[in-house]
Design a protein around this ligand. Structure first.
Ligand SMILES: NC(=O)c1ccc[n+]([C@@H]2O[C@H](COP(=O)([O-])OP(=O)(O)OC[C@H]3O[C@@H](n4cnc5c(N)ncnc54)[C@H](OP(=O)(O)O)[C@@H]3O)[C@@H](O)[C@H]2O)c1
Length: 302
């Protein structure tokens, strides 16, 4: 019987997951359909009930439902519990297991980007944003025993709360900071071998400008930039520029940089493996992503 998989979110029409997950099922010879469902928060209960009725085999969750899904599953994995969010549900004989592949996917993608560009693993990381994906990034960095992290967010209390959890406590140097507080620049100046990670959504970059003062007074030269966003579509919604507004900050100094397409691939491949128990056809999935976006490499600096 044909299996049924899905991605839920609001909005979800921009998602590239249906494209590369369907290609993965086809490549693996698994009879399955992977479909997007736009479900606003107020309709989440009804949407999930419909997925149960339709006997969904598994699904991905994107904004804004990842955190609430912790309470909507029958069991959760250790990773999902530690991150505090679910981005993948696996149905086992009707029981829903919530897992999170964002944290491991981020780590795999970051390591591959650093390796392909002959860069060392950073000793300290400055993260913009303190939302759901920042939790996954922190989880990954804590596991790699990073030496220090600075969390810069519009809402300072959110950054503080995030750094108070048991996992970040494993990171010796922790600095929460508001976007308009210049102390994060000092933290960056004092950091040997830092990395800048952006988890702010594209809404934070109106007209392409970052929501913080220009970084001109900090030499970005040699500091790698890694953005979780990838959807920098051109105004015609057809052309794709992989250099997101955050990555464009590195234009003058030619900093090594990469967008979130590699992480998208890695978290998606891990979800495929959780659903099917088979090795994901990663080359095929990557080929589909490269063709859809026109981006030549998901790993080499843009
Ligand atoms: N590549 C991948 O596989 C992957 C995986 C996961 C997520 N992502 C991307 O990561 C991004 C963030 O996702 P998320 O789940 O972390 O979202 P989220 O939980 O909604 O967090 C959004 C963050 O952006 C900030 N923000 C929003 N609008 C802002 C504005 N106008 N000015 C300043 N800050 C603003 C929020 O600050 P406040 O706390 O002050 O509201 C918060 O820190 C999205 O673009 C998503 O597509 C990519």
């Amino acid at each position: 019987m044909r299996q049924f998989f899905a991605i839920i979110g609001h909005p979800v029409s921009h998602s590239l997951s249906p494209l590369f997950q369907q290609a993965a099922f086809d490549e693996a010879g698994i009879e399955a359909a992977y479909l997007p469902f736009d479900i606003p928060p107020e309709a989440l209960k009804q949407g999930l009930s419909a997925l149960r009725t339709l006997n969904v085999s598994g699904f991905n969750i994107t904004l804004p439902h990842k955190e609430i899904m912790i309470r909507e599953t029958d069991r959760i994995s250790e990773t999902a519990r530690e991150i505090g969010a679910v981005n993948t549900v696996i149905s086992q004989r009707g029981d829903w297991i919530g897992d999170n592949t964002d944290g491991p996917g981020f780590l795999q993608a970051l390591e591959r980007f650093l390796e392909e560009n002959h860069l060392p693993f950073p000793s300290r990381v400055l993260i913009f944003g303190a939302g759901g994906s920042a939790r996954a990034v922190l989880w990954a960095l804590a596991r790699r025993r990073i030496g220090g992290v600075c969390l810069v967010n519009r809402t300072l209390t959110r950054a503080r709360q995030l750094l108070e959890g048991p996992l970040p406590a494993m990171i010796p140097n922790r600095h929460p900071c508001a976007l308009d507080d210049p102390s994060w620049k000092d933290w960056l100046r004092e950091s040997p071998a830092p990395l800048l990670v952006n988890t702010l959504s594209l809404h934070a970059f109106p007209d392409g400008h970052p929501p913080f003062p220009p970084l001109a007074d900090i030499s970005l030269s040699g500091i790698p930039l890694f953005d979780l966003s990838y959807a920098a579509w051109g105004p015609d919604k057809k052309s794709f520029d992989g250099r997101t507004p955050f990555l464009r900050m590195g234009d003058p100094t030619k900093s090594p940089r990469q967008n979130g397409l590699g992480m998208l691939l890695c978290q998606g491949a891990l979800a495929f493996e959780l659903w099917t128990g088979k090795k994901a056809p990663v080359d095929r999935m990557e080929e589909v992503l490269r063709r859809a976006t026109g981006q030549k490499s998901l790993w080499k600096s843009l």
